[in-house]
Ligand binder design. Structure first.
Ligand SMILES: C[S@@+](CC[C@H](N)C(=O)[O-])C[C@H]1O[C@@H](n2cnc3c(N)ncnc32)[C@H](O)[C@@H]1O
Length: 328
């Protein structure tokens, strides 16, 4: 599914909408509304009396969503909010929907529009200022600020932890050496530094892929955002409400998988059996969620062929249990 004006091809659309088990009249929050591809399909399922809340932190996406849903916004059936999804709980309280939401969707990462707008600095294929902020109007540090201000060890840790870049230390050292001569301000400068360290290997990923990924995740605090969203999701959902997350790399998927496991485990998360003398009778069985599919849903081959970006996508879905359900 591609939008003419906002060139982003949505991923796992049918699968995620199906898995959310939407009903007419539901209240749904799309935490990463982007070009509105998922949002539009959600609306079709919950219309005409549902409420769709579209969140995005990117002003370009917000402007586009406001146009795309203008008549539904006027009718107060769609609300478009420029914010980070870590603020889900605050947003839900503000809209008075906390505990009443039937489904939450987050389709993580960047949109193709963000990658394609060269001046945003997300792409190693386009020379541009090294910005990488999903919200350029925020006061957050840009990627250039990060490269200028962190020391060699800190930079290496970012490349290694967030990019799983095996030559993280050598790249960090080369950056520090270069910035003593010239400030690193553009994507091309960074590409040149990384390529000089790693070399170009035919048929392999672009040498700067992992460094760019790591910097983007760091600049936008993507893992912290995801963790906060998960933490708040269960208080926002109503009983039997569902949460679907589409992730694109292993760090995100690991966070989602761990959270889902904790929520669906029968033992209370607060009960640390290692330190407490717990008798069997004292063990409280209280899973809060039910994982909808034991394995993540992946795109079909056809989707991967028509949309290369979908190849690393994984969809996981969990349902909040009802208050009176047996917990054993
Ligand atoms: C992959 S795109 C979503 C595309 C959308 N599902 C569609 O069908 O068009 C991800 C979007 O999430 C937004 N985003 C990423 N992290 C965010 C966060 N922490 N808070 C709010 N929006 C975020 C990005 O700005 C981007 O527009």
């Amino acid at each position: 599914m591609v939008n003419k004006d906002f060139q982003h091809q949505s991923v796992l659309v049918e699968e995620s909408i199906e898995a959310l088990s939407l009903r007419k009249g539901d209240i749904v929050v799309d935490c990463t509304a982007g070009g509105g591809g998922h949002a539009e399909k959600i609306w079709e399922r919950i219309a005409p009396n549902g409420l769709l809340v579209c969140i995005d932190r990117d002003p370009t996406a917000i402007e586009y969503l406001q146009t795309r849903f203008s008549s539904l916004i006027e009718e107060k059936k769609v609300v478009v909010i420029k914010n980070r999804f870590s603020q889900l709980e605050t947003i839900s309280k503000m809209l008075n929907i906390s505990g009443r939401v039937g489904a939450i969707l987050a389709d993580l990462g960047v949109s193709s529009v963000q990658l394609d707008q060269g001046e945003r600095g997300f792409s190693f294929l386009k020379d541009a200022p090294l910005d990488m902020r999903m919200d350029p109007s925020s006061h957050a540090q840009s990627a250039a600020d990060v490269l200028a201000s962190l020391d060699e060890k800190e930079l290496a840790a970012i490349f290694f932890k967030l990019g799983e870049e095996t030559q993280a230390r050598q790249i960090a050292r080369a950056i520090v050496r270069e910035r003593e001569k010239n400030p690193i301000k553009t994507t091309q400068q960074l590409v040149n530094i990384v390529t000089a360290v790693k070399g170009v290997q035919k048929k392999k990923k672009h040498p700067a892929t992992l460094v760019f990924q790591a910097l983007r995740i760091f600049v936008n605090e993507e893992l912290e955002e995801l963790q906060a969203l998960l933490t708040h999701s269960f208080s926002v959902l109503k009983p039997h409400g569902r949460l679907a997350i589409i992730s694109f790399q292993s760090l995100e998927d690991r966070i989602v998988k761990t959270f889902f496991k904790e929520k669906s485990d029968k033992l209370s998360n607060n009960m640390n059996l290692k330190y407490l003398p717990v008798r069997e009778d004292d063990i409280i069985l209280r899973a809060e969620g039910r994982i909808i599919k034991p394995f993540p849903l992946l795109p079909e081959n056809e989707e991967i062929i028509s949309n290369k970006r979908s190849r690393s996508a994984k969809l996981r879905v969990i349902e909040k249990l009802g208050t009176n359900e047996p917990k054993t």
